[in-house]
Design a protein around this ligand. Structure first.
Ligand SMILES: [Zn+2]
Ligand SMILES: [Zn+2]
Length: 387
């Protein structure tokens, strides 16, 4: 039985998170995870092979990710989908393969759980149409949005095509769009996180956009990044991973600096999370973490994208009620481990913070296994013609 609540990426604040009517509500993406029994499975959702511009054959790529202990692997060649069979993969070593490709227009889009190739332009409708072409199973993530300085300026200034509003429209009108890639290779595009934080303050509280870390491996970046999915063992399947991605029940971990050479990432030293406890009455989020030399608590900022509101080596407890004046829509913990030259970071997904609507809005039960789509007239819902 899946321990996750599937919300199709659009969530409402569950009643259980409210201390009292009119009080602050917190959306905890990990609320349904049983940390005691869940496994933490490593996924790389962005990889290239000789089917596009990667250096290694698909089988070699599986061999190497198996050596590195990965549980899920998506082969996402540029603008081409090919089955694992057609690629000549004969031994997946127990890794769960995720079909996909990378639509490579002006924005690059990681298309996952999708067995079609579809060329597309750069409008949100075209991107969504490509991802949705897989019978409702497809999901997509905007890859490395900060690789182009113009995109960053457009997002922050609101002038130009890729404004924060453009991203927000894409995410708010497409429940298949679960995330944004914010770590690529080592730390190729730090601006990815600036764009992500800026976009979050547009999409929340209606829905969150989850952070993804991925290798974008072309042959020289094996095992620098991973999505760490929190799953019961029986859910180590494509559908189980998809549920975790929809719900935000995962972390994004990246070795951002200092690895001496390829394949030397020591995942045992990566910042890791043993439990996340929300006390709604006290207004606290507690992170039980290992391998952590610093913790930052971050919110979004209209001018700068990312804003750190608290920081400290022992800051494992954050009181969101006492810090409401510092919080802009959400707070997210960032775990950092610096050991010698090596720095590794783990993003815990954002906790949306809001005052629930006073009346006429039914947020639904926290354990309802149905999409919690609409509960308030103020939500931006565009009628979808794709179903
Ligand atoms: Zn790309
Ligand atoms: Zn790529």
């Amino acid at each position: 039985m899946a321990a996750l609540v599937l919300t199709c990426g659009i969530f409402a604040f569950p009643r259980t998170a409210r201390a009292a009517a009119g009080d602050l509500a917190l959306h905890n993406p990990y609320a349904s995870v049983d940390f005691a029994s869940a496994g933490q499975y490593k996924a790389n959702l962005h990889t290239h092979t000789t089917e596009s511009d990667g250096a290694h054959h698909s089988q070699t790529v599986f061999d190497k990710y198996a050596e590195l202990g990965y549980d899920f692997l998506a082969l996402t060649d540029h603008d081409v989908y090919k089955s694992f069979d057609a690629r000549g993969v004969t031994n997946m070593h127990g890794i769960v393969g995720i079909p996909g490709n990378e639509y490579s227009g002006a924005q690059h889009v990681g298309s996952l759980f999708n067995t079609t190739t579809r060329s597309f332009g750069s409008t949100s409708e075209e991107i969504a149409a490509g991802a949705a072409a897989s019978g409702g199973e497809g999901r997509f993530v905007i890859n490395h949005p900060g690789r182009n300085a113009v995109f960053v300026m457009e997002t922050l200034s609101g002038k130009g095509l890729y404004s924060a509003e453009w991203f927000a429209e894409l995410y708010l009108s497409n429940s298949e769009a679960f995330g944004m890639e914010v770590y690529n290779q080592q730390n190729r595009y730090p601006n990815d996180r600036i764009i992500w934080d800026r976009v979050l303050i547009e999409t929340l509280p209606t829905r969150a956009v989850w952070a993804v870390a991925a290798d974008d491996n072309h042959g020289a970046h094996y095992g620098y990044n991973a999505v760490i999915a929190l799953l019961q063992e029986e859910d180590k399947t494509p559908a189980g991973l998809r549920d975790a991605l929809d719900a935000g029940a995962f972390f994004a971990t990246s070795f951002v600096a200092g690895l001496p050479s390829l394949g030397t990432a020591r995942w045992d030293d990566a910042p890791a999370v043993d439990d996340i406890i929300v006390d709604a009455a006290a207004g606290t989020i507690t992170i039980e973490a290992r391998n952590c030399s610093n913790i930052q608590w971050i919110t979004g900022d209209k001018q700068t994208g990312t804003r750190v509101i608290a920081e400290g080596a022992d800051l494992t407890v954050f009181n969101y009620k006492e810090n409401t004046d510092k919080i802009n829509k959400y707070v997210r913990p960032l775990l950092i481990n610096q050991t010698g030259e090596i720095t590794c970071e783990t993003i815990i997904q954002p906790f949306a913070v809001a005052r629930p609507p006073k009346s006429g809005c039914n947020a639904g039960a926290a354990n309802a296994a149905v999409p919690l789509v609409l509960f308030c007239a103020v939500f931006f819902i565009k009628t979808s013609s794709r179903h």
